[in-house]
Every structure is written in structure tokens, then in C-alpha cells.
Design a protein around this ligand. Structure first.
Ligand SMILES: [Zn+2]
Length: 88
């Protein structure tokens, strides 16, 4: 997949438009290389770890949707609408 996508780190907020290959080489966890579009998993840059991700809150901390922060809900909606939501 050579199409560029907007890679948005859900922890630090960094956003970079690049191909999945470039993102992977820079240490990002991002579909389609890591995880799948539309499925909740960490979306992080190479500098951030997964303990502050939506995935961590839901799976490790067992939070319910109504317990999420506004920022986490934005991430949830963005993930659910991938890849359209991250297409430049
Ligand atoms: Zn980051």
C-alpha cells in the first residue's frame, strides 16, 4: 500500500502524512502494518508507548465507553471511520 495516510499519534498528538511503510520504519504502531483499519489497537508514534492509548484504557483498564474522556472519544470515532478518517 503506497497511498499516504495521516498518521496521528493518539498520545502526543503528532500528525504526519506519509506511507504506511515510512511510518513503520519510524516506529509507528499504525494500520495497515500494525493492526487493522477500524479495529481498536494502539495508534502511536515511535516516541510514545501504548499505556496512554484508547486500546489500553478499554482492554487493560476495562473502561466503559461512558467513562472515556472527550479526547478518547475522538480517537474512537476516528478509528471506527478508518481509512476515510485518515485519508489526506
Ligand atoms: Zn506520540
Amino acid at each position: 500500500m503506497a497511498q499516504k495516510l495521516i498518521h496521528i499519534c493518539e498520545v502526543c498528538g503528532k500528525a504526519v502524512i506519509m506511507t504506511p511503510e515510512q511510518a513503520f520504519n519510524e516506529g509507528w504502531d499504525y494500520p495497515p502494518k500494525m493492526g487493522s483499519f477500524g479495529v481498536i489497537s494502539p495508534r502511536t508514534c515511535g516516541d510514545c508507548n501504548m499505556t496512554k492509548t484508547l486500546w489500553w484504557a478499554l482492554v487493560q483498564e476495562k473502561k466503559k465507553i461512558e467513562e472515556l474522556s472527550p479526547g478518547q472519544l475522538v480517537v474512537l470515532k476516528r478509528i471506527q471511520n478508518e481509512p476515510a478518517s485518515i485519508t489526506p
